[in-house]
Design a protein around this ligand. Structure first.
Ligand code: ADP
Ligand code: MG
Length: 201
């Protein structure tokens, strides 16, 4: 079973990974965007961890809803509302149970990913975070590590794609040959999830 501590751990590990990889995320965004993806997420995840230190949300759903709200109000850029929606919608789908099964979490994450697709109007193959999130949500039905691997593979597969959504789409064909920053941060988020699961007693 997955409890609040598990989800707190996920977000804390994700925040640490964002700190470590912020430079690389911003560098990727400087090639096909406006060079702020790393700093955007750094600001957002710092706010998430600060909030989690102050508050003790009652269950898994509440932890994710709180984190999603912080991301929406602090990240700015396209990725803030999108990641915020991902966590909020996933949290809402978990409801107010104090523990959830991996199967329930998988269902909830799929609802969260669907909400991201709806908000941003993107689909897999458009060279966005969805290229990592969709295969990850699918593979989460197998295991946490399968989800992390699927996300990483999806992020790498954005390199030859032409961006059809977001800032990178303004570049047209010049977006080809670069890895999408948002797909890369989504792979980090899934790697953090697998790490949190490994650390779970
Ligand atoms: P901004 O583009 O506003 O500077 P960020 O740099 O923080 O925002 O995030 C850029 C990332 O957001 C992109 O690499 C892409 O993965 C993701 N993104 C942008 N637009 C969309 C969209 N419509 N749907 C899904 N993801 C998107
Ligand atoms: Mg940017």
């Amino acid at each position: 079973m997955l409890d609040s501590d598990f989800f707190r751990r996920w977000l804390t590990v994700a925040a640490a990974m964002v700190e470590r990889e912020a430079g690389r995320l911003t560098e990727l965004d400087s090639a096909i965007g406006d060079a702020d993806h790393g700093s955007n997420l750094q600001r957002g995840f710092r706010s998430v961890t600060a909030e989690l230190e102050k508050e003790s949300p009652a269950g898994p759903g509440a932890v994710l809803v709180l984190a999603g709200r912080r991301l929406i109000s602090t990240v700015g850029g396209a990725s803030g509302p999108l990641y915020g929606t991902l966590l909020r919608r996933t949290g809402k789908a978990l409801g107010d149970a104090t523990e959830v099964t991996p199967g329930e979490f998988t269902e909830a994450l799929r609802a969260g990913v669907a909400a991201v697709a709806q908000l941003g109007g993107a689909k897999a193959g458009d060279k966005t975070m969805l290229d990592a999130l969709e295969p990850a949500a699918e593979a989460l039905g197998t295991s946490f590590s399968a989800a992390a691997e699927a996300a990483e593979k999806g992020a790498l597969a954005t390199v030859p794609l032409q961006a059809r959504k977001g800032r990178a789409s303004y570049l047209g064909e010049r977006s080809i040959g670069h890895q999408d920053p948002g797909a890369t941060s989504s792979a980090l988020l899934m790697a953090a999830l697998a790490e949190a699961a490994e650390a779970t007693p």
